[in-house]
Ligand binder design. Structure first.
Ligand code: ADP
Length: 296
């Protein structure tokens, strides 16, 4: 069951065009929506999760008209927002039980089985009696996944899931996401390239409300093959490369800038051809769309 987005636009009251005529087909499996802060990711996620209205466009999930049949969407939706807001002073078990009840699992025995299985799945069984308000970032995210899985969703939306997690927590979260069924559309919205690299077989890049790329990460990498050049430069040279318009990224390695430049040929002496990374794909698109200097 594909999610088909056509001509989706949203302008806020202050005139910010958060989505500008976005058309995108999202197949089942793990899909990465990559974009810098302010790109329009959360706006898109909230519209798909029926929490916000679009100005124009259509969205279909199988037979469901997502923008107009909100109740139908909610029955098959699992949503993990960027922030839950206030974490209540109730235990993980009580909260999951409560959410399951709200989602219509009214049979007590069935609900007990479901809640226990979910707590095991996200590895929070030992912590089931602890208050959510005392959970670490990683535990909160795993709890978020557990609640989003109630009701066997067909569409799971995860907004900026790994922001603020330490590397260990991030790995545990990645492992958990990969266990979600193959027949589900899972959209992972993130500004972290590594999230997409590790998890997604399809992706899109958006910036300033516009779709810049849609396809498989591997195809995007192939498109850049032989065009990414690397050099370690002096800090004083940085400005010249920034002005050149071909700079993709600029990273400090042991205190010295190491830059990546896009070009069909070696830009100048001292540049070495490097294997493109997904980060190069991301920054070359973002850079191309803004022409602003980029700090990776
Ligand atoms: P992202 O999730 O990629 O960071 P958002 O969808 O949150 O992007 O924001 C896209 C743009 O819309 C940004 O310029 C943001 O400032 C603006 N924006 C987001 N929400 C609102 C709002 N409620 N009112 C006005 N502008 C908003």
């Amino acid at each position: 069951m594909d999610l088909i987005i056509q001509g989706l636009s949203k302008t806020y009251g202050n005139g910010v065009k958060a989505l500008d005529n976005v058309s995108l087909t999202i197949p089942t499996g793990m899909f990465g929506l990559l974009g810098p802060n302010g790109a329009g990711k959360s706006t898109l996620m909230r519209i798909l999760a029926t929490l916000q209205e679009a100005d124009a466009g259509t969205v279909k999930l199988g037979d469901i008209d997502v923008l107009n049949e909100k109740d139908k969407v909610r029955r098959v939706l699992g949503y993990l927002p960027q922030e839950f807001g206030v974490y209540p002073r109730v235990s993980a078990y009580e909260m999951l039980d409560h959410i399951a009840l709200l989602k219509g699992v009214t049979n007590t025995g069935e609900r007990k089985g479901l809640v226990e299985a979910l707590l095991q799945k996200v590895n929070l069984w030992e912590q089931r009696k602890r208050r959510l308000s005392g959970f670490s970032g990683g535990m909160k995210q795993r709890f978020g996944i557990a609640q989003s899985l109630i009701g066997e969703p067909k569409l799971i939306i995860v907004d900026e899931p790994t922001a603020g997690l330490d590397p260990g927590e991030r790995n545990r979260f990645y492992n958990l996401l990969t266990e979600i069924g193959e027949n589900v559309v899972v959209i992972l919205s993130t500004h972290i390239v590594q999230d997409v690299q590790e998890l997604c077989n399809n992706m899109a890049i958006i910036n300033k409300g516009k779709l810049l790329y849609a396809g498989a990460p591997n195809d995007a990498l192939k498109g850049l093959a032989g065009k990414v050049w690397e050099k370690s430069i002096a800090k004083s040279e940085l400005e010249r490369f920034m002005a050149s318009g071909t700079l993709i990224s600029n990273k400090l390695v042991a205190g010295k800038p190491v830059i990546h430049v896009l070009g069909a040929q070696r830009p100048e002496e001292g540049f070495a051809s490097v294997e493109p990374s997904l980060e190069d794909v991301f920054f070359s698109h973002i850079h191309g769309s803004t022409n602003a200097p980029v700090n990776a």
